[in-house]
Design a protein. Structure first.
Lengths: 388, 371
């Protein structure tokens, strides 16, 4: 069975060039990057090369990049690093749980948190941000692109509001990096998170941009790695992979790959919706990253659809998995105003650099037919089960 | 069972029975998909109102899901966890609480079978392309050509017979259900599990209601209502003898069940048992053991399996609770959805809220809920 992978927002395959770049660092070049001998010097050089590549992708200085174990750690480091008990934090209802729960944790420790609502397109209103400011507001954290819908937030406007108020602004760009061009100076943020495994680097590595002059409290104590902002022996192969992936991502923009990606995504989206009633894109009229489409199909169960498609070899996702692996309704879709049954009837398809036209063709052959079959089956029984 | 290309979904609980079923069917060459239903979040009530802080080894606990998933990986089948918490709460938990608070003793396992395992799960199975569902229940199902009906029968291992909880299954549900363990004994199942190399071959069986850790249903009810922000309905009232004489007070009818002897709070020299619980006037009627026996009961919300309808009284054997030897009785229809059961011999502690299940030898004729 030919498997089609359309869940790149969950994770992406490591590109062959990225893997090749990492390979020596598992064998000959294994030194601890902090060691002063030859072996350490080798890996130190590799780490700093990678740092420069990531900085180039984000438009910042190498010294402003802190390597972490991934996007979740970067988000946590930003939130806990820039705010504390007694401070007020402004965030949104559609943030990734890494930001939401980090804020919740600070709230339990005595911080105040305002969680701003979003409109039907899942957009934050910068006016709401301004109105939420308090004398003790310390940090605003609003994501750049949402992982479920792909919708892009007005981060530049929000950064201006933060700057005027003298408040820090962090943006979770985990789903934006590599998909849309990022220039941290143009955005005007103090901090920005990215994750390796969303841009074809391996799992277990990420980075936080921290603008020079921004005070950040570390979370991990130990060695003086990352300018004492993040202790722990560097994950050299991972960092090298992230660096290479960042390089490739930047080059891809020059080749117009993002436009090609958008065209494939649009073809998939239009093809699925053609001839289907009571279906639509969540976050349709908002600007989105070029690889994502989140579609609701009324009157079916999204969970059953994901499973049915998986059994046919097409990988997509819906909502978020809880610890047992069961699906919970997406807090993002609910925040956008979808009814719980509609949120449950939504699936997310997300393309990657390795996605080809043939994948779209196969998906178009299977997705609409699965929707049709599920609609036929719903509701199922003519005679209801014994009720009490 | 004959091999065909259809897919069978196996309801996997993480226990040795359903795990063995999955392994068996896979080894026989069937197309198998493992499914676990996430029905109740054990962490919701953890630590509240005296509930244990951490719950292990209970249905839907992470440990059980982990075990089921590992078995699926080991035998090489796709495995999914599906979320039906909302439906479970609505169709099993809520009625469970309401029954107790009304003075009846509920059977959540039957409700779960009717609404989740053989309703919702069959729907999910069909949606994902599996025409039939197999479970680890000890029961037998077969199509009877003479009657033109699907029959539910008792299993080979009488000590594990779960047909009492399955009386509510419809013809449609039975037509799509397989019980591969129906002809096996528990020791044989464990042996088969070992043969398939399943590490959980020795895992102990769960005996309690899956969402009540430790079996303390009163604590569960308190914790659940507190979590819902609802007050426990005030059902304190009088303890009354069978003659109507008030001999004491009780703190709430949900604390009692018919046949109960302990916890009455009164001593009269001879043993007293709960004879009847009257939700309407919040009375708990107590009396001597002789009052616990009755020859009749009314069953409502009947489901018939072996026959289409009852046109005249018939002779069957009736179980009034899971641990009960079916007792000979006549059953007759007394209303559109009601039957009168008249036992040959008086039966002890007939309990409203329990099920009365009718057997004709091994065949489950049907059953209803004791009024």
């Amino acid at each position: 069975m030919r498997r089609i992978y359309l869940d790149n927002n969950a994770t992406t395959p490591v590109l062959p060039d990225v893997f090749e770049a990492m390979r020596p660092y598992f064998s000959d070049q294994f030194g601890n990057a902090s060691s002063i001998h030859h072996h350490g010097q080798q890996t130190r050089a590799a780490v700093e090369d990678a740092r420069e590549s990531v900085a180039a992708l984000l438009g910042c200085r190498a010294s402003e990049i802190v390597f972490t174990s991934g996007g979740t750690e970067a988000d946590n480091l930003a939130v806990a690093g820039m705010a504390g008990p007694g401070d007020h934090i402004i965030t949104s209802s559609i943030e990734h749980h890494a930001v939401l729960l980090a804020c919740k944790h600070l709230e339990d420790m005595g911080a105040e948190v305002s969680v701003l609502p979003v409109d039907g397109r899942s957009l934050v209103d910068p006016g709401d941000v301004r109105r939420a400011l308090r004398p003790n507001t310390k940090l605003i954290s609003i994501m750049m692109a949402n992982n479920e819908t792909g919708v892009l937030q007005p981060v530049e406007e929000i950064a201006k509001i933060a700057a005027e108020a003298g408040v820090y602004f962090h943006t979770d760009a985990v789903q934006a990096a590599g998909k849309v061009a990022i220039d941290v100076a143009q955005i005007g943020c103090n901090a920005l998170s990215i994750s390796g495994h969303k841009i074809h680097a391996p799992q277990g590595v990420g980075a936080l941009f921290v603008r020079k002059g921004t005070r950040l409290q570390p979370m991990l104590y130990g060695g003086r790695h990352e300018r004492s902002l993040r202790a722990g022996t560097e994950n050299v192969p991972g960092i090298v992979g992230l660096g290479k992936a960042a390089q490739l991502a930047r080059a891809a923009f020059d080749s117009g790959d993002d436009k090609k990606m958008a065209a494939m995504r649009d073809r998939l989206q239009q093809g699925i919706l053609a001839g289907l009633d009571e279906a639509g894109v969540n976050g349709d009229s908002a600007a989105r990253v070029p690889n994502t489409t989140n579609i609701h199909f009324d009157h079916i169960d999204g969970e059953a659809m994901v499973i049915a498609l998986d059994l046919k070899g097409v990988a997509v996702s819906t909502g978020a998995a809880c610890s047992s692996g069961a699906i919970e309704a997406s807090h993002v879709l609910l925040a956008m105003g979808l009814r719980p049954d509609q949120a449950r009837a939504s699936i997310r398809l997300s393309l990657g650099k390795q996605t080809v036209d043939e994948d779209i063709d196969i998906a178009l052959g299977l997705v609409p037919e699965t929707v049709a079959r599920l609609r036929e089956l719903s509701p199922v029984y003519k005679r209801p089960a014994l009720s009490t | 069972m004959e091999l065909n290309t259809q897919t069978i979904a196996v309801a996997m609980s993480g226990g040795v029975d359903s795990s063995t079923v999955a392994a068996m069917l896979r080894a026989d060459g069937h197309n198998v998909v493992g499914l676990t239903m996430q029905l109740w979040n054990q962490r919701r009530l953890a630590g509240k109102e005296g509930m244990p802080e951490s719950v292990q080894g209970r249905c839907c606990s992470l440990d059980d899901v982990y075990d089921a998933r590992r078995v699926a990986q080991q035998i090489g089948i796709p495995y999914y966890v599906v979320n039906h918490e909302e439906r479970f709460e609505r169709n099993v938990i809520r009625p469970f609480v309401e029954e107790y608070v009304s003075g009846r003793t509920p059977i959540p396992c039957s409700l779960c079978n009717n609404h989740l395992k053989f309703d919702q799960l069959l729907i999910v199975a069909q949606q994902i392309g599996a025409e039939r569902v197999a479970t680890g229940h000890y029961a037998r199902v077969a199509f009877d050509d003479a009657r033109g009906r699907w029959l539910l029968k008792r299993p080979a291992d009488a000590s594990k017979d779960q047909t009492y909880f399955l009386f509510g299954l419809t013809q449609e549900q039975l037509s799509r259900t397989i019980f591969p363990l129906g002809d096996m004994t528990k020791p044989e199942v464990r042996e088969l599990a070992r043969h398939h190399g399943l590490a959980l071959a020795e895992k102990p069986d769960s005996q309690e209601i899956c969402f009540v850790p430790g079996g303390d249903y009163k604590r569960f009810i308190d914790a659940y209502l507190a979590e819902q922000g609802e007050a426990l309905p005030e059902t304190a009232g009088d303890l009354v003898t069978t003659n109507g004489e008030v001999i004491g007070e009780h703190g709430g009818i949900h604390n009692f069940t018919v046949g109960q002897r302990k916890g009455l709070g009164v001593a009269t020299g001879s043993p007293l048992y709960v004879i009847q619980i009257s939700g309407a006037n919040k009375q708990v009627i107590v009396g001597g053991e002789e009052h616990l026996y009755s020859r009749t009961l009314r069953a409502r919300r009947i489901n018939l399996i072996a026959v289409d309808d009852l046109h005249e009284p018939i002779r069957v054997a009736v179980k009034i609770r899971h641990r009960h030897e079916p007792a000979p009785a006549m059953i007759e229809r007394t209303g559109p959805d009601e039957m009168l059961v008249t036992f040959d011999e008086p039966q002890r502690a007939i309990t409203p809220g329990q099920a009365a299940v009718f057997y004709d030898g091994d065949i489950v004729v049907g059953g209803g809920w004791i009024a």
